[in-house]
Design a protein around this ligand. Structure first.
Ligand code: FES
Length: 179
């Protein structure tokens, strides 16, 4: 059984980040959706904007979000580190997020995770040497009836078997999947 693994933020680079005017405008339009004094509720939407732009959510980026929302950085870290969809470290071109919650575990998600680790020569949380794949685990992806399941970008791969994993990896390697 895989141990629960909480991703720690990268400490690689603490250089402050300055968001582009375009990003700031997008962030402000999200903040405007919330009542005055409740802008903290925009954190998740803003983190999605940040991650779409940078492909991951660095500490300097989270600090910049905190500054915009006029809250403490820890308040942003708490949200970003709670949701596995936010990447606190740089990721590869394709991020495999394998569900490890009960229903998926009962039908073999641990074996699937171990197989992907072996096949890609990475541990959970790691990225392949060629920068192509990152392997993460996730809590219930809402597709329990199709377990075991992995999500890559916005695409779901269901009823996973080792053979299917082989096909999926090959398809991404040869860019047969469009995300
Ligand atoms: S438990 Fe895996 S999708 Fe719900």
């Amino acid at each position: 059984m895989h141990n629960m693994k909480i991703e720690s933020p990268s400490t690689q680079d603490s250089t402050p980040i300055v968001f582009s005017a375009e990003m700031i405008a997008e962030i402000n339009s999200v903040i405007a959706m919330f009542p005055e004094g409740k802008s903290k509720s925009a954190i998740i939407r803003i983190l999605h904007i940040v991650q779409t732009h940078y492909r991951w959510t660095s500490v300097p980026a989270m600090n910049a979000v905190a500054e915009i929302l006029n809250i403490q950085p820890i308040e942003v870290y708490e949200v970003a580190s709670f949701y596995t969809m936010f990447h606190l470290n740089p990721v590869g071109n394709y991020v495999f997020e394998v569900c490890r919650t009960g229903p998926c575990m009962i039908v073999g998600s641990d074996d699937i995770i171990a197989y992907i680790e072996e096949k890609l020569n990475v541990k959970v949380g790691g990225t392949t040497a060629d920068g192509m794949f990152t392997l993460k685990t996730a809590e219930c992806l809402g597709a329990c009836g199709y377990a075991p399941v992995l999500q890559c970008q916005y695409k779901f791969h269901e009823h996973l078997t080792k053979e299917k994993v082989d096909e999926i990896i090959e398809a991404y390697r040869t860019a047969s999947f469009v995300n």
